[in-house]
Write a protein that binds this ligand. Structure first.
Ligand code: UD1
Ligand code: CA
Length: 450
């Protein structure tokens, strides 16, 4: 059966106290909306419709970066969840399959839950996702009669007896698309909030003789984010899950609780991550690598057997080939480091390529920026760059070349050549001793005077 995904993301999220639309706040450095879209992607939806309102432009940019086929509709005024879903009608005109409605601020849905909802559709016209709430608070209550869901009553409209129900509405539903729109047509706003409640489709469906049921999932999956505190809690839950998954996949985390992962971090088997490592978005690490303590990685690829850190910073566009070594206080940006090459100490390598088995000495800097433009440094294979070499880009060092310590390289160096560019050293015999004596005498005179 083909499915369409409708993601509600028009709300302002007042309690976030933010200029950024709620669904764009990140969990593990990916916007909540992206988490929701990825959760829904398990259904291989034929169409995805995002209902936006507050910050529609920014929201649609993020949605389309994740899925360029996503259709964005704008709900100018937020008159309720049914009113929001109704905005997807045009985008789903003529669509014969199911619509699955979910919220953009519910990032923890598990694939299996959505599959169970779709499975339950075989026997039912409308399926709602519910959960047993530890604290039902202000959630909508599910009024069950055996396996049949009779209706959903919103907290504000509920009697004391109904408020005692702990089986609550997550907000997710699955229904034939055109049936859902027909039900929504009958939803009014005569209730305590004066809103068009999506939850009313349940009772309307029942009066029309349709079969309605609820599928249950655990509460953690339906966790909604409404405040910065919720956001931090959600991030912590995400981190715990992601670390456990990595360890199950064979990655060693020496101090798991100190490793911060991004939603898209990929790490191979038998890689060791030491304490206090931060992964920004877009990092892949192959098997058998070592990421040592206090390193920060984003937008980079680390190949098998490479060692990074301690205290290394890999910025976007960094590609480390197999068995490379990047040591302490090294920053690398937009650079390829070929197999077996080493950048072990205190260096900046930006907009560069370093050939296989080359050695970059301590304190080497690629001077890639002239204040206006960025320029490239090309270093060949088996090059030995002496300590404290400044490579003024654009510049290249041929295979097998060498630079003398302290050299400022401003011209290309041909293969196998040694580049030396520094003042010649002169030794003056006895001068040091004379200078010391002079200084000591000066100090003695001063101490006497004082
Ligand atoms: C809703 C449910 C409630 C359920 C709870 C679960 C209704 C009437 N109530 O309540 O039964 O227990 O979610 O969290 O559906 N939105 C729009 N446009 C609107 C209104 C809302 O896009 O006009 C979006 C919001 O951005 C949000 C989602 O829909 O992502 C839910 O809206 P919200 O106002 O938070 O609903 P609740 O009152 O929490
Ligand atoms: Ca809510």
């Amino acid at each position: 059966m083909t499915t369409a995904l409708v993601i509600l993301a028009a709300g302002k999220g007042t309690r976030m106290n933010s200029d950024i639309p709620k669904v764009l706040h990140p969990i593990a450095q990916a916007p909540m909306l992206v988490h929701a879209m990825r959760a829904g992607a398990i259904l291989s939806p034929e169409r995805t419709v995002i209902v936006t309102g507050h910050g529609a432009e920014a929201v649609s940019k993020v949605a389309q970066a994740e899925d360029e086929t996503a259709r964005i509709v704008v709900q100018q005024e937020q008159l309720g969840t049914a009113h929001a879903v109704a905005h997807a009608r045009e985008a789903l005109a003529g669509f014969e399959g199911d619509a699955v409605v979910l919220y953009g601020d519910t990032p923890f849905l598990q694939p299996d839950t959505l599959k169970r909802m779709i499975a339950a559709r075989a026997e039912n016209d409308l399926v709602i996702l519910g959960f047993e709430a530890a604290d039902p608070a202000r959630y909508g209550r599910l009024v069950m009669n055996g396996n049949t869901l009779e209706r959903i009553v919103e907290f504000k409209d509920a009697t004391d007896e109904e408020r005692a129900i702990t089986f609550c509405n997550s907000g997710l539903l699955a229904c034939n698309t055109q049936t859902l729109f027909a039900l929504i047509d009958a939803v009014g706003n005569d209730n305590a909030s004066g809103e068009y409640y999506l939850t009313d489709v349940v009772e309307i469906a029942r009066t029309r003789g349709l079969r309605v049921t609820a599928v249950a999932c655990d509460e953690a999956q339906t966790l909604g984010v409404n405040s910065r505190t919720d956001l931090a809690v959600a991030d912590a839950i995400f981190q715990t899950r992601a670390r456990t998954e990595l360890m199950e996949l064979g990655v060693t985390l020496m101090a798991p609780e100190t490793v911060y992962l991004a939603a898209d971090t990929v790490i191979g088997r038998d890689t060791v991550i030491e304490p206090n490592v931060v992964f920004g978005p877009g990092v892949t690490v192959e098997s058998g690598a070592t990421i040592r303590a206090f390193s920060h990685l984003e937008g980079c690829h680390v190949s098998r057997g490479a060692t990074v850190g301690p205290y290394a910073r890999l910025r976007p566009g960094t590609e480390l080939a197999e068995n490379t070594r990047v040591g302490n206080f090294v920053e690398i940006k937009n650079a390829e480091i070929a197999e077996g090459a080493k950048v072990n100490h205190l260096s900046y390598i930006g907009d560069a390529s370093v050939g296989a088995a080359s050695n970059i000495g301590a304190g080497t800097i690629t001077c890639n920026y002239d204040g206006v433009m960025k320029h490239k440094t090309t270093i060949g294979e088996n090059v030995f760059v002496g300590s404290n070499t400044m490579l003024v880009a654009p510049v290249s060092l041929g295979d097998g070349a060498m630079t003398a310590t302290g050299t400022v390289v401003t011209k290309d160096v041909e293969p196998d050549a040694l580049a030396v560019a520094r003042a010649k050293q002169e030794n003056k015999p006895g001068y040091a001793r004379k200078l010391f004596e002079m200084l000591k005498a000066k100090k003695a005179r001063r101490d006497k005077g004082a």
